[in-house]
Ligand binder design. Structure first.
Ligand code: G3I
Length: 346
């Protein structure tokens, strides 16, 4: 008897799952999102898992400048359009990512030696064209991404001061928000960054900028907190404090790029204590978001370890997401499920 139980446990154990998808558990309270590469939608298990579990998608790369605006007068919306069509046929909202960033810029732009007047006109055209193209389909945009350094100073980029679009300080961020709002007055406009989850120098700078923008009627609806995490302890109190002060301004907060990278072996497997710690972190992030009424989405950066960005950027690390490379739910998934269930479905 003992032997057969043990054998069953070893051979037949599957992650405990209620079979109620995350998107249903979250009901109308918040969106459960994932970053997506449109090309993977042709893989049946990828598409089925995405459609079953999530009610929000964001292109991981397909709306970035280099992809949608590959030549000075050339726009390519094909891959992003296919993601929007997939989302619509599965009742999913689409977040747009990202209009103004210092990475993934085409060489015609970075090597163009443009003056600030020319750059301003290029960026205005980019924002108008892209936002208008997706108007009514993309409900929220990461208008500007990663504009601050860790010490709270503004990052020097093509758009800010090298040579910039001719606006002082955070003026280029304000201008981008105003252009995006003019292109689609119904879209929610976000500023998005990493490492600004807890109260720290970077989140202080973002908070001050947001407070200033709102006091002057600049169209800003929310702050995206990326949450690219490792297995280290989360400063939950400090993150809670940051969410509280952002909500105090009337802003939404969205968790936009959650993943928890772990050290892995050659087969991509993480150690059991790390997997347990990772599950706790996923549970803590979901619980924290649920505690804040204006935290309106939790989105992971991908959803299957098969296509996570982590192993190629941080060799020796991986296993960062809630589904493994065979689309099986991991303990991180169970933790999300449990946190959602304990909040809404006691
Ligand atoms: O598609 C090309 C392929 O044709 C080519 O053969 C290959 C050769 O390197 O590159 C492929 O493009 C890569 C692309 O990912 C798709 O895989 C780019 O080189 C690579 O730079 C790009 O990395 C992306 C990165 O942003 C760019 O900085 C990651 O996938 C993406 O996950 C990552 O996402 C960012 C968010 O936008 C902002 N927050 C941080 C987050 C993680 O870095």
């Amino acid at each position: 008897m003992l032997y057969s139980c043990l054998l069953f446990a070893l051979t037949c154990w599957q992650p405990v799952s209620s079979n109620v998808p995350l998107r249903e558990l979250a009901a109308d309270r918040l969106r459960i999102g994932a970053a997506v590469e449109p090309a993977h939608l042709e893989e049946p298990e990828y598409a089925a898992t995405l459609a079953r579990e999530f009610n929000q998608v964001e292109p991981e790369n397909a709306m970035k400048f280099v992809r949608v605006h590959p030549g000075p007068v050339t726009y390519n919306f094909g891959p992003a359009d296919s993601l929007v069509a997939f989302a619509q046929s599965h009742r999913m909202a689409v977040r747009g990512h990202t209009l103004v960033w210092h990475q993934q810029l085409p060489s015609w732009l970075t090597g163009g030696r443009y003056s600030f007047v020319e750059l301003s006109s290029i960026l205005a055209d980019h924002i108008y064209t892209v936002v208008k193209h997706f108007a009514g389909q993309v409900y929220a945009w990461d208008v500007v991404n990663e504009a601050f350094n860790d010490d709270g100073s503004l990052r020097s980029t093509l758009w800010s001061d090298a040579p910039g679009i001719g606006r002082e300080g955070a003026g280029y961020i304000e201008q981008a928000l105003r252009w995006a709002h003019a292109a689609d007055p119904n879209a929610l406009l976000f500023y998005n960054d990493f490492g600004a989850e807890p109260v720290n120098a970077k989140s202080d700078a973002i908070y001050r900028m947001a407070r200033d923008f709102l006091s002057r009627g600049v169209p800003l609806d929310g702050i995206g907190l990326q949450m690219h995490l490792r297995g280290e302890p989360l400063p939950l109190d400090k993150i809670d404090e940051n969410l509280t002060r952002l909500e105090g301004l009337g802003l939404q907060v969205q968790i936009t790029e959650l993943d928890v990278g772990l050290p892995v072996d050659a087969a991509g497997k993480a150690a059991p204590p790390d997997i347990a710690r990772q599950a706790e972190i996923y549970a803590d992030v979901v619980a924290l978001c649920l505690k804040h009424p204006r935290c309106t989405a939790i989105q992971t950066w991908g959803f299957t370890d098969k296509y996570s960005w982590i192993p190629s950027w941080f060799p020796g690390n991986g296993s960062a997401l809630e589904f493994d490379a065979q689309y099986q739910p991991k303990r991180a998934y169970e933790a999300m499920e449990k946190a959602l269930r304990s909040s809404f479905h006691k």
